[in-house]
Design a protein around this ligand. Structure first.
Ligand code: SF4
Length: 64
C-alpha cells in the first residue's frame, strides 16, 4: 500500500494519529502530519483507511 499526505492541507487535527499511530505522527513543532511509513504493510490497511476517512481536511490519500 502506498499513501501520500498533503501537509499543505493538514490542519493538525491529529485524527490520523489516533487511527494509525504506526503510520502517522504529528510534528512536534507545527503539529502537522508526518508520515512515518509511506508504504505501510497490508495489515495496516484498515487503520489507514480509517485515517483517510476521518481526516477533516482530506489530506490523506491511499494511492494503491
Ligand atoms: S487527520 Fe488530517 S488534518 Fe488531522 S493531522 Fe492527520 S492529516 Fe492532518
Amino acid at each position: 500500500m502506498k499513501i501520500n499526505v498533503d501537509r499543505e492541507r493538514c490542519v493538525g487535527a491529529g485524527q490520523c494519529v489516533l487511527a494509525a499511530a504506526d503510520v502517522f505522527e504529528q510534528n512536534h513543532e507545527d503539529g502537522l502530519v508526518e508520515l512515518l511509513q509511506p508504504e505501510p504493510p497490508e495489515n495496516l490497511r484498515a487503520s489507514v483507511s480509517e485515517a483517510e476517512l476521518i481526516c477533516p481536511s482530506g489530506a490523506i490519500e491511499i494511492q494503491s
